[in-house]
Design a protein. Structure first.
Length: 119
C-alpha cells in the first residue's frame, strides 16, 4: 500500500510563492505518473499538473501555466510543485496523487494541504 503525504501549504499574500512537496511511502508495482490536483471551496476537484516517471512528460492546467513548476525525485518517489505569482483564485486544498499505469486512474491520493492566498 502506498501512502502520500503533502506538505508546504500555508497562507501567502497575492504575488507570493509556495513550494509543495509530496513524499510517498510503501510499495507500489510501478509509478507511471504523479500529479497535483486542487479543490477550491464550493468547486469540483481540478487537475493542476502532472509528470510522468519514465519520460518526464509534464502537463499543466492553463490556469497555472507559466506560474507553477512541477518536478520529481525519482528514487524517492516524490513530487514537488513550485508555485509563483500566486493569486487569490489559487486558494484551495492541494492533493498529490500517484498513477501506476497509463490507462488507469490515479490510484493513490494524499490527504491534502491547504493553500490560502490573500489579496
Amino acid at each position: 500500500q502506498v501512502q502520500l503525504v503533502e506538505s508546504g501549504g500555508g497562507l501567502v499574500q497575492a504575488g507570493g510563492s509556495l513550494r509543495l512537496s509530496c513524499a510517498s511511502s510503501g510499495r507500489t508495482s510501478s509509478t507511471y505518473a504523479m500529479g497535483w490536483f486542487r479543490r477550491a471551496p464550493g468547486k469540483e476537484r481540478e487537475f493542476v499538473s502532472a509528470i510522468t516517471w519514465g519520460a518526464g512528460i509534464i502537463n499543466y492546467a492553463d490556469s497555472v501555466k507559466g506560474r507553477f513548476t512541477i518536478s520529481r525525485d525519482g528514487p524517492k518517489i516524490a513530487v514537488y510543485l513550485q508555485m509563483n505569482s500566486l493569486k487569490p483564485e489559487d486558494t484551495a486544498v492541494y492533493y498529490c496523487a500517484l498513477r501506476t499505469s497509463l490507462s488507469g486512474p490515479y490510484n493513490y491520493w494524499g490527504q491534502g494541504t491547504q493553500v490560502t492566498v490573500s489579496s
